[in-house]
Write a protein that binds this ligand. Structure first.
Ligand code: GRF
Length: 228
């Protein structure tokens, strides 16, 4: 079974949705570690309550972003972490980190990327007067809110929406979309070609599984699956 870590800096409602999905068997992987850069993150409390191992390292205790990320990776390797799920992690990963877990880092962003990157996406969507809003789950790369898109879900913004109601609607979508994307990844059904992520059909139980056929394609040197 694949082992993964969730990185979170705040409330941890997405972490909660992922923990629930693991518990229900929707995500068939082991959530081995919850990491935070903030000691007071509610996400850490949620993980502790669920009996999941936690780790908190604060950036101020390290000389450079690189040395910070290097130390995080030491712990991830110790825990044999295969992939990482960013869930409201408020730090930008260094290129070193991204290279180490190349195509094995997922992120969620509360807008329809490439619109409204950054930390104020919901507010920016609202104040811009958008008629549609939504959520994006994507692979993380060296640039912020940029990597290949896995899933997106859009909805209409109503005249009655306030910033608070928009936030609420976006979070509701996040909590179903993120577990779904993580589960597709775990099943080996996401195949990256350039900027595009192809979603493989679920294996019907006959013939090679999606993972097996992806791996055999890889051996042929044609297509490269993104995860082990
Ligand atoms: C979410 O809106 C997510 O899209 C963004 O940060 C927020 C985290 O919320 N990256 P929570 O900590 O999961 O409640």
């Amino acid at each position: 079974m694949l082992r993964f870590a969730v990185f979170a800096s705040g409330e941890g409602t997405n972490l909660q949705a992922i923990m629930d999905a693991v518990k229900e068997g929707v995500i068939q992987a082991q959530l081995a570690l919850v990491f935070s850069d903030r000691h007071n993150a509610r996400a850490l409390k949620r993980a502790e309550a669920a009996g999941i191992k936690t780790l908190c390292l604060e950036r101020k205790d390290y000389a450079t972003p690189q040395s910070y990320d290097r130390h995080i990776i030491i712990y991830l390797k110790e825990e044999k972490i295969d992939f990482i799920v960013l869930a409201g992690y408020m730090r930008i990963l260094t290129p070193f980190f991204v290279k180490e877990y190349h195509q094995n880092i997922l992120n969620i962003h509360p807008s329809l990327l490439p619109a409204f990157k950054g930390t104020q996406a919901i507010k920016d969507t609202f104040t811009y007067g958008c008629k549609a809003a939504g959520v994006t789950v994507h692979f993380a790369d060296e640039k912020m809110d940029h990597g290949p898109i896995i899933l997106q879900e859009a909805f209409k913004v109503s005249e009655k929406d306030t910033l608070e109601s928009l936030e609420e609607r976006i979070h509701q979508i996040e909590h179903k979309l993120y577990p779904k994307a993580v589960s597709l990844f775990v099943e080996g059904r996401l195949k990256i070609r350039g900027r595009k992520v192809h979603i493989l059909e679920k294996s019907a139980g006959k013939g090679p599984s999606a993972v097996e056929s992806a791996v055999s394609q890889c051996k042929d040197g044609r297509d490269i699956p993104n995860n082990p």
